[in-house]
Structures are given as C-alpha cells and as structure tokens.
Design a protein around this ligand. Structure first.
Ligand code: SF4
Length: 440
C-alpha cells in the first residue's frame, strides 16, 4: 500500500454494561458507514477507542492496563489516535486524567457516538440517515439493544453513574420506533429497550409518553418476534407497565428489578427509595399479572455499614422472593460517592474476605433456588429464539431469558424453535427439537 494512503482502520475495545456494549455497536456501525474497517488487534489500527466503565474499580484497573500497552504501540506509531470514551470520562473529570494519561488523544463522554466519529482523521463518506447499531456483518445480530433513555436522576450511595452519565435524557418516541423498524428490517428479531432506569422513560418529553406507550408502539414493528426492556427500578415501575407487559404477546415475561439489599435500614443508607415490603408487593403484582414471569435482581454485598443482620435479611429475602436469576457483586468503592466516604470509617468498612464470603454464600443459595426452579421445566416444551451455535449445539433463549441448547442439522439462527426439555441445571436447559416450526 502507498505509505501516504491513510489506512482507515479502527479497533474498539469495550468494558462494562449493556449500555456500553450498545454504544460500541452503534459506534462501530458509524465508523464503518464512513469508510473505516475493523481490525482485531490494536497495533493494526490507526483509530483506537476504549469504551470504558467505572462502576467497579477492577474495570478501571483493566482499562488503565490496556492504556499502558497502547502507549507502547503509540510510541512505534505516533499517528495512532487513541480515544478514551465512556464512563471513566464524566462531564467534569477529563481534567483529572489530563497529563496522567499522555497516550490518550481525546476524551469523550459516554454515549456521545457523534463526538467520537467527528474525531476521525479521514472519513470518506457522510451519513445519509441516522446510523443503526448494526455494523455490516454477514449475519445481522438476532437480538439488538436500543437505548431509550440516557443518564440517571437518582443518587444511590454506591453508584458513580449519575456523576458520569449525567441527568436523564429520553429519546423521542417516534425516533425509537423508526429505529426499531429499520433494525428489524435488517434481520434482527428481538429488541431490548435500554436505560439505567428504563421505566422512567419519557417524563422529560413533551406529552410525557411512558415506557408502556413505547412498548405498545414498538410491538407493532413488522417482523419483530420478541421485545424486552432493561433495567427497571422499584420506585418507577407502574401497574400500567405491568398490565401492558401482560397484554402484549411479543413482550417477554422477564423483568430485571434490582433490590440491592434485603434490609430496610441498609436500603435507606443506599438511598434506594423503597422498602423490602414495597419491593415484595411489586413482585406479587407482577406475578399476579404475568404467568410464568421470571423476575431477576442485582444485589450488592459488603456496602459500608452492612452488618451480619443486614446480610441475613438479604438471605431471607432471597428465599422468600425466589428470583429467576441474581447478579451478586461485592461492593467496590467509587470516588465521589457517599459510600466511598463511608468506607473511610474503619467501623463501617466491610473487610474484603467478608465481602467475598457473603458473595459466595448468596451465589450458592441462589444456585440451589435456580436449579429447583429450572427443574420445573423438565419435560416441558419451550419456545427458543436461536442466537448462535456453540460447539455444534444451537443456543438460544426461552421467553424467560433462560439459555436453551439443542442439536439439529438445520440453520436455526434468528428462528423460533420449540424444544422439549430433557435436562435442566441452574444456569441452562437443554433438550430436543420438536419437529414443528413455530415461526421463521
Ligand atoms: S438508579 Fe442508582 S444504581 Fe441505578 S444508575 Fe441510578 S444511581 Fe446508579
């Protein structure tokens, strides 16, 4: 290749939550739309983007390690442009890193795809219409995440997201509906609507549409098979939303409703805005309205000030609610949060070993609960939307978002299969294809 010709290659490295994954998908699609080509290794790229996460200290440590190795590459290739993107770059903390991260050329706030694209040294095309979160793969993804609201207005004691992602901003309803239509027309079959608090969608828009209205509108997308949303907040979920979920056949019976702890005193310290009783009432409302619904949750162990009594409350709540899945995280101190200040007090700090013990104990109990719940699917037929193939087996998800495996010689990607469950475990189901095509 002529040395003077720009290579127009990029490498995107993503850490963190589904919102970051979705932002990176959108960025990659935009980079390809302006003539850039993805490369596996950063050394082959002239434009490198790290989409960062700061929810946990371990994520930031990984990113700093990655930046260290990029510095060596940049020493050999001074034309390489490095962009630090995402939650490590909040509205006001770019200055914190300036000087310390000399290898970084640009700092860009989370979700600002256009700002990253504007930094490209040699774009060859312009966008003719808004870019979808689907890059030019051979197979478009079966399931696509669509952000509907950015930022968070809450102030949970342990969470850095409001500091980094700012106040809530909802996307206009018509824009989301049109985007979903285009995504599905490109071959996607399932849409997951995303937000830090997805059910606070719309309160900042004219006419105040809400998530129930949006679900109803997206549900009409021709060719769409399944619709989900993520993540809910117990203080925001409404009966209208629950009823809408129950009414819309493509809206899957699954809801992620973080509780964080099973003790009211600690919920208050965390500033979560509900009690355990309120939470369990909501669970009952959801279960009464939606048959076979799977409710999942997130729990933090080792928040500063968490006592054995608080933790016991969480264990008891786990037994009582019997969630479909629980994501347990050990508390990680984030500078700038109330919990980080609390952790400086040795009387409130929960030692590392105790956090880990609590995490393991919760995981063990939840594993047993899930194994028992999944065993109820034995000998049942489940409808599976097939996403990919792993070690010769088709892999997809049930309506409740459980992983399901089966074998068959056909091509099942993006199709609904009916699977007779012959084996269950805590994390997945497997079975045999019922020879009847449900939908294509
Ligand atoms: S609701 Fe709380 S935990 Fe969730 S993003 Fe907002 S501040 Fe963070």
């Amino acid at each position: 290749m002529d040395e003077a010709q720009p290579k127009r290659t990029y490498h995107v490295w993503t850490v963190g939550c589904q919102m970051n994954v979705s932002d990176s998908e959108r960025l990659e699609a935009a980079l390809q739309a302006v003539g850039y080509t993805p490369v596996e290794q950063p050394e082959a790229a002239d434009f490198v983007v790290l989409n960062s996460c700061s929810v946990r200290e371990s994520a930031e440590t990984r990113i700093k390690g990655k930046l260290g190795s990029l510095k060596t590459l940049k020493d050999h290739n001074p034309n390489m442009q490095i962009v630090l993107w995402g939650c490590m770059v909040g509205p006001n903390n770019e200055s914190i890193f300036k000087g310390k991260l000399s290898m970084v050329d640009h700092f860009v706030s989370p979700s600002a795809v256009d700002e990253v694209v504007a930094l490209l040294p040699n774009p060859v095309y312009q966008f003719d219409e808004p870019v979808l979160p689907i890059a030019s793969h051979d197979h478009p993804p079966v399931t696509v995440h669509v952000p509907i609201i950015y930022g968070c207005n809450m102030n949970c004691s342990y969470c850095v997201i409001p500091l980094r992602r700012g106040r809530e901003r909802s996307r206009p309803l018509a824009e989301i509906v049109e985007e979903c239509r285009r995504i599905v027309s490109r071959g996607a079959r399932e849409i997951t609507l995303l937000g830090q608090i997805v059910d606070s969608y719309g309160h900042d828009l004219p006419g105040r549409p809400d998530l129930a209205d949006l679900l109803e509108a997206v549900h009409e997308t021709p060719g769409l098979l399944r619709l989900r949303f993520l993540t809910s907040h117990p203080a925001w979920i409404s009966q209208k939303l629950i009823d809408m979920m129950a009414r819309l056949p493509k809206c899957m019976p699954e809801i992620n409703l973080p509780i964080q702890t099973g003790h009211n005193d600690l919920l208050k310290v965390m500033k979560r805005g509900y009690t355990v009783e309120r939470y369990t009432n909501i669970v009952e409302q959801i279960r009464a309205a939606i048959p076979h619904v799977s409710i999942t949750t997130d729990i933090i162990v080792g928040h500063p000030g968490e006592t054995d009594i608080h933790f016991q409350g969480t264990l008891e709540t786990l037994e009582r609610v019997r969630w479909g899945k629980v994501h347990v995280a050990a508390f990680s101190s984030r500078p700038g949060t109330r919990a980080a200040e609390m952790e400086l007090d040795p009387n409130l700090e929960v030692p590392y070993w105790k956090k880990q013990l609590r995490r393991v104990e919760l995981d063990k109990l939840q594993g047993a609960i899930q194994a028992e719940a999944n065993a109820a699917w034995l000998d049942q037929a489940v409808e599976v939307l097939v996403e990919d193939q792993v070690r010769g087996q088709w892999r997809g998800r049930s309506p409740q978002n459980r992983l399901v495996y089966f074998s068959d010689a056909g091509d099942w990607i993006g199709k609904l299969a009916r699977v007779h469950v012959t084996r269950t475990g805590p994390w997945s189901l497997s079975g045999e294809l019922v020879p009847e095509l449900v939908a294509a």
